[in-house]
Design a protein around this ligand. Structure first.
Ligand code: HEM
Length: 444
């Protein structure tokens, strides 16, 4: 049965892809005074974009607004309602560090993004197709939220696609994502059957066949959702050096990179181009994601079972296991930050660069946190012991990567930390109706 999503009430970033190229910014605020903050949020609400506005935004740019658990508290939300939110959201991401593998250099004590109880409480996200449009929209957001009593700006993070239109390790990104029931249109090959809307938006049935709900009055949670935000620093020099150490020619190095990711750096999937890149396939939406693993590649000789994309979305590969992969999907919005490391530089220049991941999910424990802890940072589910994701995984328990091949598999050893977590938070993205309610009724 088809589902009608209330697009005019759902904040735009949930269902709509960002533009390409993109220019964005995250402004992070602390709530100092509930009444003052609510008055400022009321000023901002007319500028917040819904999923319906997305294709035709008035200023060619989009504003969305989110809250941390402490932010909801400080706006005056009653404690018995706060207590009904998921534990991951209530604790905050820093407190989840042991489960999420944020250890060593990734430990929250080193994070540079404000987080936790005294960190940030309200987040304003702007996304635009040009820097000028971003700055215009930011000025509107800042004028509403930043120019008055009640909120203090405590952090700002600018994001934008590098001139290569690739993320910092050199891969094309933003190709594969789940298709959501009710979003309009029909799934592309490889997207699988439409996902139940309740996996990504509260107020709809989820993949377990139950209504995804939240605490307190329906007006607070219906058409809202959660976003797991992660600021991840990328050590581009280390990645390049690793490829050089494991491939004698450019072609061999590209092959190693493709085996680690599951796609060539062009974005072309290994599954459809096992031995040589075929960039012509990438713009073709009917083909660039049209693959599974179960029938054609059960042992991962083409797309290694431990590579990034096969871990984070095993597609049909776990069909014979007790894990239902459809219960662990996330909607990704990854945005690059920091300048590119000039091509062929093999030494770290100390400049901060990486990705800000925004993982949209209606159930942060079952979705983002499960993927991060079980699939990215562990290998048990694919009989790989404690081996982690070769690109973004933790390295304190295992640091090798297996590349199945005939006649003998290859084992890459000594993988360093290519990424370090620099910040993270679970935030709540209310609907527009929920936002109006929060800015008026909560606590009064
Ligand atoms: C530095 C960090 C990361 C980088 C550079 C990165 C890069 C990429 C790239 C290049 C792709 C392939 C393009 C595509 O399929 O759209 C991809 C896919 C994906 N990534 Fe990541 N990623 C990072 C971290 C993560 C993390 C931490 C998670 C989850 C916890 C994740 C989840 C996904 C998912 C779900 C897909 C789609 C796979 C598919 O549907 O086949 N990524 N990523």
């Amino acid at each position: 049965m088809s589902v009608a999503l209330d697009l005019a009430d759902i904040q735009g970033t949930v269902l709509r892809n960002r533009p390409m190229p993109y220019f964005g910014a995250y402004l992070l605020f602390r709530v100092d005074d509930a009444d003052g903050a609510k008055a400022l949020i009321r000023r901002l609400i007319p500028h917040v974009d819904s999923a319906q506005d997305w294709d035709d935004p008035a200023d060619e740019a989009w504003i969305n607004i989110v809250f941390t658990c402490e932010g909801l508290r400080r706006l005056g939300l009653a404690e018995d309602i706060v207590e009904g939110f998921p534990i991951e959201f209530r604790q905050g991401m820093a407190a989840r560090k042991a489960y999420l593998g944020d250890v060593g250099a990734s430990d929250p004590e080193h994070w540079d993004m404000p987080h936790g109880r005294v960190g940030f409480h309200v987040g304003l996200f702007v996304m635009a197709p040009s820097q000028a449009a971003r700055d215009d929209k930011l000025a509107i957001g800042h004028a509403a939220l930043g120019a008055g009593h009640g909120l203090t700006l405590v952090g700002r993070l600018d994001v934008g696609v590098p001139p290569t239109l690739r993320e910092h390790f050199g891969f094309a990104d933003g190709i594969s994502r789940p298709f959501i029931e009710g979003e309009g249109g029909s799934p592309l090959p490889g997207q699988g059957a439409p996902m139940k809307a309740g996996e990504f938006v509260l107020g709809y049935e989820n993949e377990l066949g139950v209504l995804a709900t939240g605490p307190g009055p329906e007006v607070l949670w219906r058409n809202g959702t959660y976003i797991a935000i992660r600021k991840i620093r990328q050590d581009v020099a280390a990645f390049r050096a690793f490829l050089r150490a494991n491939g004698q020619t450019r072609e061999e190095q590209e092959f190693v990179a493709a085996k680690m990711m599951g796609r060539w750096r062009s974005g072309c999937p290994l599954a459809l181009a096992p031995t040589a890149d075929d960039p012509s396939l990438v713009p073709d939406k009917q083909r660039n994601n049209a693959f599974g693993y179960y029938d054609d590649d059960p042992d991962g000789r083409i797309t290694p079972v431990g590579c990034h994309i096969r871990r984070v979305n095993p597609r049909d590969a776990l069909k014979d296991s007790i894990t239902d992969a459809r219960l662990h999907r996330v909607l990704r919005r990854g945005s690059a930050y920091g300048p590119l490391l000039p091509e062929d530089v093999l030494d770290d220049d100390g400049v901060d660069r990486g990705i800000v991941l925004a993982m949209i999910n209606a159930n942060p424990g079952r979705q983002f946190e499960f993927v991060q802890a079980q699939w990215v940072n562990d290998g048990d589910f694919i009989s790989q012991g404690s081996r982690s994701d070769p690109i973004v995984g933790r390295r304190d328990r295992a640091d090798d990567f297996l590349v199945p091949a005939r006649p003998v598999r290859r084992r890459l050893t000594g993988l360093p930390d290519f990424t370090v977590t620099r910040g993270g938070e679970h935030v709540f993205l209310p609907s527009l109706t929920g936002l109006r309610w929060l800015a008026r009724a909560a606590g009064s």
